[in-house]
Design a protein around this ligand. Structure first.
Ligand code: OFO
Length: 169
């Protein structure tokens, strides 16, 4: 049975993952309007990943005999809509999510739930990839800033990204 405090912390993280899904769906629209289908694909994959992250947490809570407390998902607001500005927000959002996963892990340590600590290691490692992936796109966007041809080439490159359902835990 899962400790009540830890259960609540898991529920908060589930909300954060669903918020991420919502955020990336909104960011996807920015690139849809620009007709940059490779970026749209990048966000399609990201949306699926966030749903998988949320489902992984939900399934785990139930596996441990707990239950999830759902709450309203805030409407994400974008500060800036050009590609660089959007990816700056992706990176800072992922850094924020990393800090939330770390906080959740700290609660698992506090209540001495070793199974949850073990489970959450997957999310800690995943956040390294999430930050790296956002950072890579941002770095390239800054490199090619102002070069429309290079942007189109990069867009083509991003269309190759595919979603593979992660094996969580
Ligand atoms: Fe769920 O990792 Fe991104 O937010």
């Amino acid at each position: 049975m899962m400790n009540e405090k830890l259960q609540q912390a898991f529920s908060k993280q589930i909300n954060a993952e669903l918020y991420s899904e919502y955020l990336y769906l909104i960011m996807r629209d920015v690139f849809k309007e620009l007709n940059l289908e490779g970026f749209v694909n990048w966000f399609d994959v990201q949306v699926q990943e966030e749903r998988a992250h949320a489902m992984g947490l939900i399934n785990y809570v139930y596996q441990r005999g707990g239950c999830v407390e759902y709450s309203a998902i805030d409407l994400p607001k974008l500060n800036g809509r050009n590609p660089i500005e959007v990816f700056e927000q992706v990176l800072s959002h992922e850094q924020f999510v990393t800090s939330k996963i770390n906080e959740l892990f700290d609660v698992a340590v506090e209540v001495k739930d070793r199974a949850s600590q073990n489970f959450l290691n997957w999310y800690i490692n995943e956040q390294v990839e999430e930050e790296e992936s956002a950072c890579n796109v941002l770095t390239t966007l800054k490199l090619i800033e102002g070069d429309k041809y290079a942007l189109l080439m990069f867009d083509k490159e991003l269309s190759a990204r595919t979603f593979t359902a992660p094996v969580i835990g």
